[in-house]
Design a protein around this ligand. Structure first.
Ligand code: SIN
Ligand code: CO
Length: 371
């Protein structure tokens, strides 16, 4: 899929560093859905969609969910973008699997765009790594290494005002362009065009810090309380005195965390479903006994919305943390890697856990591609 470059060489020479064009990365790939199926998805509450139009030299942006009428009177240049298509389309999840040479913890989602001839979202840069895979039709991609980040003023989306292409290609079905973060690019539909963006997430440091502090708030343990047997008479009763400041500073300096806190925090944070995602537990769940039998015959797979990650000692699923102690660690780790398993585990504890996940709507009976 990376042409004649191995994943190892790609990571060393291109990932997070420089663009790469790969002709026929997915030979024969023409897309996973039609424009009308994408429009249909953008009408749903569960999908995050945006409609970008360019008319009379003016950019506009509308957020979904949309109604059919939004697609009736559009200017000549427009683009519909739908985020998280892998949560709704099993084939989208299978496409993401092809990018398994990057850890699941870095993967964000599959975004699909549709634009008629001439449509695009304007020259811009993204803050994440992205593979732009051409589905239906063609798209002209222009890129620039320029660090000029001047934006078009008052536009509802970030458009670079002084974008000058240094290189350009017309991507055909199955061709793919990899771009590292902050690399300026501009995609223009050549005829009816659909692009599949495989995006990778990279939280900002401030987001990591804030989220870690939220985690710490719930997990911190501290003994004792404020004590001042040495209280001295103050000139100003309203003043927060030096000795009080010192005592409190000492207490705060005692806040400690270790690698295991970072491990648990990161697993919970990275596997947490996005706020708009909800799981659908089975309406009439089968019994645990029948579940075990069915899994033995047909295997199991993660719901497309589920995120399952692990560290050496812990397993994380959809924002929950578990220790591997007492569980079939090998089975669970390979289930997480493949997002599916052809068989049941022989360990009853592990099967009870999987049954609970089934009842929560986190997993489904049947191996990937079984549907
Ligand atoms: C698109 O698919 O139209 C835009 C994708 C991007 O430039 O990030
Ligand atoms: Co972009």
């Amino acid at each position: 899929m990376l042409g004649d470059i191995t994943p190892r060489d790609f990571l060393r020479d291109y990932w997070h560093k420089k663009p790469l064009i790969i002709r026929k990365a997915f030979p024969g790939f023409t897309g996973l859905m039609t424009p009308s199926e994408l429009i249909e998805l953008s009408l749903s509450e569960d999908a995050q969609s945006r409609l970008v139009t360019f008319d009379k030299e003016k950019w506009s942006l509308k957020e979904g969910p949309f109604e059919k009428r939004h697609f009736k009177k559009l200017p000549k240049s427009w683009t519909l973008l739908v985020q998280g298509v892998n949560h709704h389309l099993a084939s989208g999840g299978r496409l993401l699997k092809e990018f398994d040479f990057v850890p699941h913890a870095r993967l964000d989602d599959l975004m699909v765009s549709y634009a008629p001839d001439g449509g695009g979202v304007g020259p811009h840069y993204d803050s994440y790594d992205v593979f732009l895979l051409q589905g239906m039709g063609k798209r002209r991609w222009q890129i620039s290494s320029s660090a000029d980040r001047t934006l078009v003023p008052d536009a509802p989306l970030r458009i670079l005002s002084s974008f000058e292409p240094e290189e350009e290609w017309v991507l055909e079905s199955g061709d793919m362009l990899y771009l590292p973060p902050k690399y300026a690019h501009n995609g223009i539909a050549v005829g009816d065009s659909m692009t599949y963006s495989i995006g990778f997430r990279a939280p900002s440091n401030i987001e990591l810090a804030r989220e870690f502090l939220v985690y710490l708030q719930d997990h911190i343990e501290m003994e004792g309380m404020y004590e001042d047997p040495d209280l001295a008479l103050q000139d100003h009763p309203a003043e927060i005195g030096e000795s009080m400041l010192e005592k409190v500073s000492e207490v705060l300096l005692r806040i400690r965390w270790g690698k295991s806190d970072v491990e648990r925090f990161l697993g919970i944070y990275l596997s947490e479903p996005k706020p708009h995602l909800f799981f659908d537990p089975p309406d009439r769940p089968i019994s645990e006994k029948r579940f075990v039998e069915a899994m033995g015959k047909r295997g199991v797979r993660l719901d497309p919305k589920s995120q399952m990650l692990f560290t050496q000692d812990h397993l994380f699923i959809n924002g929950e943390a578990l220790s591997f102690v007492g569980l079939d660690e090998e089975y669970l780790k390979s289930f997480a890697d493949a997002r599916s398993s052809p068989a049941a585990s022989t360990d009853p504890e592990t099967m009870s856990l999987l049954y609970q996940w089934y009842r929560d709507g986190y997993i489904e009976i049947g191996e990937e591609g079984d549907d």
